[in-house]
Structure formats: structure tokens, C-alpha cells
Design a protein around this ligand. Sequence first.
Ligand code: PMP
Length: 364
Amino acid sequence: MNQTYNFSAGPAVLPREVLQQAREEMLDWHGSGMSVMEMSHRGREFTSIIEALEQDLRELINIPSNYKLLFLQGGASSQFSMVPMNLLRGKTKADYIHTGQWSDKAIKEAKRYCQVNIAASSENARFTYVPAQDQWRLDSNAAYIHLTSNETIGGVEYHWSPEFPANKNDVPVVADMSSNILSRPLDVTRYGLIYAGAQKNLGPAGLVIVIIREDLAGFAQPGTPTLFDYQVHINNNSMYNTPPTYAIYITGLVTKWLKRQGGLAAIEQTNIRKAALLYELIDACEFYQCPVAKHDRSRMNIPFTLKDPALDNMFLEQAEANGLIQLKGHRSVGGMRASLYNAMPIDGVAQLVEFMKEFAKKNA
Ligand code: PMP
């Protein structure tokens, strides 16, 4: 098979080394006589896997000891409801920053549980930028402030963390980091709660991680289903029910791979170089366009359009013939989207850029 480069927004490319190791360990994990898929989640083998993952992630991200790390199911979407169900703590309002389609979904879900104050929105410019923190109109009675650190569809990323406390009432910031977690160093102390679906930079689908400051748990609204109560998962070390064991195992391999790459500061430098390669071409070549404000452009998801949308299908077909796959933009926006997660090698981006140059030359 020729080398292909997978630009999917998620589920997304995984490090080749990780897939090879998983293949080698598939039938017999470390001499246990079992596949990881066949192990009891409470047995000593799987316990060693989940404990190593927790330790490695804590080390990589530098998670302080007063934060709990949870491994849950239900995808990042489950957190759209779990956050208001648990963090209102007797209050009736929450602040949301509206930067695109994923924050929109979080807002719609939160409205089922509380009064949502849109503290800032970039809707006036079709969600092409991040409103600066000094523009946020926070509600002094809000229980928390929710933001989406990287809009996977719009390609808009916060290149900063909110100053904390974000207001004088010490309101915690909650961030959906599904599509940029582990792509850069992160100051966890700026946030009360961070969540991320695994299927981009962490591992396969089926797992969502939650990093929660421990004093924020234990206040689930009456009537909250047991499985939606953070305190239950904290008390049971993410083992209240069967966790997504295989996804946890692969995430463990990805985390070890990332440590071998030099950790978050090192991967950030590579991610900066990869994104720059593609943005430089898009900006230099009239044939391609990216609508996002330069200072808020995502390093992970790069949406772009061709001069003539009638060429879209031909672009996708020829790209695929060159081993460059899953470049089609989200169905709601059209055009193209190249996702450059940690596991996308810089060679893949270089080949995409070469292909795009040639394509523009032939079809200008
Ligand atoms: N938030 C963001 C930023 C996402 O990109 C996604 C998935 N693409 C989600 C939430 C929803 O994740 P899931 O499908 O795992 O529920």
C-alpha cells in the first residue's frame, strides 16, 4: 500500500507506531494470553493500563493534584449536559462564549438546564474570530463560563487561556478542548473543568476525558442520573461502570508516543511549522481562501475554499489519487478542511501543499 495521509477531522489519524504496536499486542497483551478487549476492567492487567495512562497524562499536561482526571463515555457531547447538571451549584445562570457550531451545541444543551448568557459572540463576522476577553460581558451571577478552545468546523482557535479568575467572583472557566488538547502546553489552573473527546489528538472514539478541579464536584442537581454525576466517577476512579477499555488502551499508547516526541512544548513547535506551511500557501495563492482572522486561525483544523466551487470534486478526486484523503469540508460549510492533528507527519502537509500548488497552476 502506498503511504496515504489522512486529514480527517475525527475520528482522525493515529501515529503509525501506535497502530503497529496495537497490532503486535492484539492477540496476547504482554504475555497475558488475552487481548486488551477481553480483559476484565477490574483485573490487574487493565488496572495497570489505566493507571499508567493517568500518570502519563498528568505528567504530560502537568495536571495539579487538586484536579481529578476522569475517563468517561458518551463523547464530548455528553459533557454539554453534564457540565450544567453538575456545575450550577444552586445558581441559575451560566456564561457562554459563542464562536461557532460546537459552542452553539453546548449552548443549546445548557439552555435545557439554566439561563444562558451569551457573554461574547463572533456571529457578527460569521464566526471567524475569537472575541477578546476584555470584550466578554460576564454575568456576575453566572455559575461558570464555557468556551470552545478550538472550533473544529470553523477552524478558529484560542491562542491564549483566559486570565483567571475571569471575574472578581472567581467564576470557573469550563473549556471544550476536544480538538486541540495535547497540541500545545496547557495551564490547567486557568480552568475549573476541561473536557475532550478522544478521537482527535488522544486516541479512538468512545472515550472522553474530563479534568475537574475537585472542589467543583459533588453538587449535581437533584434528579441527575447516577452516570452523569462527576462525584460518582471520582469516587469510583472512572470504574463506576465498565469504561471504554480498548479506547483507553490505545490512548495510553498515544500518550507514550507523545512523550517520546518530547511532550507538549515539542509537539507545539511541530504543529506551528505544519500549520504555517499550509497557511502560507493559502495566503500566497489567490486560488485558495481561508476566511478566519489570521491571529485566531486554528493549527489543528484548516478550512479553505477553492476559487471556483465547481472544481471541488475534481480537487478531492485528484487529492485522493495522490494519497491525500478525507479533505472534504464539513457538510454545513462545504469547501475543504485539512486537519493537522499531532499524528499528521510534516511530510503529509508538505505533500498536500505541493499538490495544491500544482492543482492551482493547472486550473487557475
Ligand atoms: N466539541 C468539539 C469541539 C468537537 O469537535 C466535537 C466532535 N467533532 C464534539 C464536541 C462532539 O464530540 P462527540 O462526537 O465525541 O460527542
